[in-house]
Design a binder for this molecule. Structure first.
Ligand code: NAD
Length: 488
């Protein structure tokens, strides 16, 4: 049985009150680990350690030191990629293929930020000749990093790489449902020769996250998760007006025009909605199809859905695993029922798959609800499960209006062969990412984040590093002379 501990001030330790939490496999509900469950008191110790490290030796490191560190972490991720991928699949239920892809992306993220950090340079500003005026980029300080359960280590990597690379110290708090890969990652960091307190792991629930958001000794909090927790973090952060980054949920339209390559569009409608059983913040669960092809499109999806292989993520043929928790399972089924009650037509799914193997665990069939309208709750709220809601639209203007008519703005996709239309839609959709004739690709070089209620700030890309820095104007007068403005 895996037992995890906290990592504070360079030491592995148990929580002060010895709390533990059973970590459960979403595939069969068996207990796979006992994780340390911290409280606010442990979080305070970690914050204090991060503060000391930031105010001490860590500030003396150079960009070269830190670029080297990030590259070293990438090497260790590569070394343990298979172990990490197994842990991720065990804990989240996602297929091993998906977890392996995550590990490749995580190593790439560290390498990308290593390159960026190494190229980081301040600017020398135009100023009188006896003055040196520079714009300096400096670390923000102690960063509290809070991550969700759907992409546990990937989301952590998007935060840790730029935070450490920019010279900050960190306290990371993964979701208490999925701490295993972040714990293993911390073991990798512990192999490195970092000053104590630079990197701290505190596993626990909302109260630990709240301590990070509230603490006056934390200078920046970066959070990925739902809107509810995001709102309370934003409010808590006002105590010292700390920097905040919020990556929240989405309601992401996947818009198919009649002139699209329909073979590809049908196939990608499944990828958009059912990767990781739909538990992706950018999942294209809101399918919108042009009227003239709507019935045929729904018919083609209906043929494909029963053929999706549901099963344990460790089996090679599996394409979709379980959802992550009992709570998610119940919530998704409730939303499907609410959709049917509002008038949506259940085409497929909406229940636990048949068979003994699916009796234990949080299994759901891939689900298609057709004849959804933009006013229905299921077209507006994030479902975060393997559910496609399909709406019909009659014109480009109607599709655009309906797609933008949501509080969220994370990602959208458009399927068409008309380049002019593709460009018009890309510009007019109010989402942080807009794909055309594709779904889901992202790169470390491209910014990730949302408009509107999908969040504040961006991760990845240069801006994803800049968010972890403060800008300073340093002005040095080399030859001061009295001005005499107030007399002699
Ligand atoms: P969640 O909001 O319940 O929890 C996220 C993290 O916040 C966890 O570590 C949790 O313990 C912690 N937390 C909960 N309440 C808190 C509080 N009051 N103060 C501080 N910390 C608190 O989210 P989740 O259920 O783990 O993740 C699913 C959500 O995350 C979805 O809405 C999804 O769309 C979103 N998400 C967004 C992105 C993105 O890039 N925009 C990526 C992945 C997931």
């Amino acid at each position: 049985m895996i037992q995890t501990q906290l990592y504070i001030d360079g030491q592995w330790q148990s929580p002060i009150d010895q709390g533990t939490r059973a970590i459960v496999s979403p595939a069969d509900e068996s207990v796979i680990a006992q994780a340390a469950e911290a409280t606010r008191a442990d979080a305070r110790l970690a914050i204090a350690a991060a503060r000391r490290a930031f105010d001490g030796p860590w500030r003396q490191t150079t960009i070269r030191d830190r670029a080297k560190l990030l590259n070293k972490i990438a090497e260790l991720i590569d070394r343990d990629a298979e172990k990490l991928a197994h842990l991720e699949s065990l804990n989240t239920g996602k297929t091993l293929t998906e977890s392996r892809t995550d590990m490749g992306d995580i190593a790439a993220t560290f390498r990308y930020f290593a390159g960026l950090v190494a190229s980081e340079a301040g600017a020398v500003n135009e100023a009188p000749h006896h003055v040196i005026s520079r714009t300096l980029r400096e670390p923000v300080g102690v960063c509290g990093l809070i991550t969700p359960w759907n992409y546990p280590l990937l989301q952590a990597a998007w935060k840790i790489a730029p935070a450490l690379g920019a010279g900050n110290t960190v306290v990371i708090k993964p979701s208490n449902l999925t701490p295993l890969t972040t714990h293993h990652f911390t073991q990798l960091v512990a192999e490195l020769d970092l000053p104590p307190g630079v990197f701290n792991l505190v596993t626990g629930g909302a109260e630990v996250g709240a301590e990070l958001a509230e603490s006056l000794d934390v200078d920046l909090v970066s959070f990925t998760g739902g809107a509810f927790a995001g709102e309370s973090i934003m409010k808590a952060a006002t105590g010292n007006f700390k920097r905040i980054g919020l990556e929240l949920g989405g309601k992401n339209p996947n818009i198919v025009f009649a002139d699209a390559d329909l073979d590809a569009a049908v196939d990608y409608a499944l990828n958009a909605a059912f990767f990781h059983a739909g538990q992706v913040c950018s999942a294209g669960s809101r399918l919108m199809v042009e009227d003239s092809i709507y019935d045929a499109f729904i018919g083609r999806l209906a043929e494909r859905l029963p053929r999706i292989v549901i099963g344990n993520g460790f089996h090679g043929e599996t394409r979709m695993g379980p959802v992550q928790s009992a709570q998610q399972h119940e919530k998704i089924l409730g939303m499907v029922q609410a959709g049917i009650a509002e008038g949506a037509r259940l085409v497929h799914g909406g229940k636990r798959p048949p068979g003994d193997v699916f009796k234990q665990g949080y299994w759901l069939e891939p689900t298609l609800l057709a004849d959804v309208t933009a006013q229905m709750k299921i077209a507006k709220e994030e479902i975060f499960g393997p559910v496609i809601t399909a709406e019909r639209f009659r014109s480009e203007a109607e599709a655009l209006r309906a797609a933008n008519d949501t509080p969220y703005g994370l990602a959208a996709a458009v399927w068409t062969r008309d380049l002019d239309k593709a460009n018009r839609m890309s510009r007019a959709l109010r989402f942080g990412t807009v794909w055309v004739n594709d779904y889901h690709p992202y790169f470390p070089e491209a910014p990730w984040g949302g408009y509107k209620a999908s969040g504040i700030g961006r991760e990845l890309a240069r801006i994803g590093l800049d968010e972890y820095t403060e800008l300073k104007h340093s002005y040095i007068n080399l030859a001061p002379k009295a001005m005499g403005w107030f007399g002699a």
